[in-house]
Design a protein around this ligand. Structure first.
Ligand code: ATP
Ligand code: MG
Length: 342
């Protein structure tokens, strides 16, 4: 009893996947303890966070808030767009998992590999202000690879493609280091945007952000489906301004997704081209592992495999791979010190 209590006191170290779409917190010895959208509800025109208006509660408010409340996403394109609000969100999440523990936690945060020194500093400061004793940063593709169970410390190539909400991170890893990486600001959000634009242009239909995401989840795909699907979509007629309903098919949605998908494929190709030949050879057998919510888009593995000629697998739980990776580094401090970036 005493021991358990003591353990609870000390093992409060946490790993955070600070994502554009979702924030996850992994607590040492416990696993994933928090998983919420990176959304904050504030009083319009201010940075005053609405009481308990963080995460899931705030996401429900997107597009349906009264005028005096705005639901904002403080992270955009994989980086912090609003420091103050990000900090408020982190503080809320850390306190939520931390309860009233006496010892401030050591925190590992997974950040996009493309962020600059100023952005790195900002993440560290936010987490420190939010109550951390010690902050370590690791790059998201490294965390994704560790979380997906890849043998990152071996002297052989491991390749990960993490398609998140705001960014896609592509990396080749060997000997616990990133050999080549590309971070592009294209992800699930752009998929939603292209669907919105397509409906507006081709069908004069205005739809909200939530509807666009729902279309992607229900009938979106990257590769022809065995059985194509249709879906009824409700929105507002651009010209008449009145509510309107229409039916769209999965082929049409796939067509609309071509552009962001080809940017991702292009980056995968250039990452492979820049990879040293020796390591390139390893990938013929080891292939590519995909993570992030975008890895759940139907047929994306088949598309990437067809375009690269390499075997592609999807991480067991692509949405939690990065958080799992931060967690494994907490369980094994040696790995943390080998892979942390400063
Ligand atoms: N089944 C699915 N099919 C297609 N897309 C999905 C699916 N499930 C989730 N997504 C998309 O995945 C994205 C969120 O993924 P994830 O949580 O990995 O992003 P993130 O880590 O918050 O963002 P980033 O890594 O860019 O900062 C959203 O755009 C969401 O719509
Ligand atoms: Mg992510």
């Amino acid at each position: 009893m005493m021991l358990t209590r003591l353990k609870g006191l000390f093992s409060n170290d946490i790993g955070i996947d600070l994502g554009t779409a979702n924030t996850l917190v992994f607590q040492k010895d416990r696993g994933i303890v928090l998983r919420e959208p990176s959304v904050v509800a504030v009083r319009t025109g201010t940075k005053d966070v609405i009481r308990d208006g963080v995460g899931l509660e705030a996401k429900k408010m997107i597009g349906v808030t009264p005028k005096n409340i705005t639901a904002v996403r403080p992270m955009k394109d994989g980086v912090i767009a609003d420091f103050e609000i990000t900090e408020a969100m982190l503080r809320y999440f850390i306190q939520k998992v931390h309860h009233r523990k006496i010892v401030a936690p050591r925190v590992v945060v997974a950040v996009p590999s493309g962020i600059n020194e100023v952005e790195r500093r900002a993440v560290k400061d936010s987490v420190t202000h939010a109550g951390a004793r010690e902050v370590h940063l690791i790059e998201q593709p490294m965390a994704a690879a560790i979380g997906a169970g890849l043998p990152v410390e071996e002297p052989a190539a491991n390749m990960v493609v993490d398609i998140g909400g705001g960014t896609s991170e592509i990396a080749i890893i060997s000997l616990a280091g990133i050999v080549e990486s590309i971070s592009l600001r294209v992800g699930g959000d752009q998929f939603d945007d292209t669907i919105t634009n397509h409906l507006k242009r081709e069908h004069n239909l205005n739809i909200g952000l939530r509807t666009a995401e729902e279309i992607k989840l229900r009938i979106g795909s990257a590769y022809p489906l065995d059985e194509e699907m249709t879906m009824e979509v409700k929105g507002r007629d651009v010209a008449k301004g009145l509510p309107k309903t229409l039916t769209i098919g999965s082929e049409e949605v796939r067509e609309a997704l071509q552009k962001p998908l080809s940017s991702i494929l292009e980056s995968i190709r250039s990452c492979l081209e820049q990879c040293p030949a020796e390591l390139s050879g390893d990938l013929v057998d080891r292939g590519i592992v995909m993570a992030g919510g975008g890895a759940l888009l139907r047929g994306i593995d088949r598309l990437v495999s067809k375009e690269t000629g390499l075997p592609v697998t999807i991480a067991d739980e692509p949405l939690i791979a990065v958080a799992e990776g931060t967690g494994r580094t907490l369980q094994n401090i040696d790995i943390l010190f080998r892979v942390a970036s400063y």
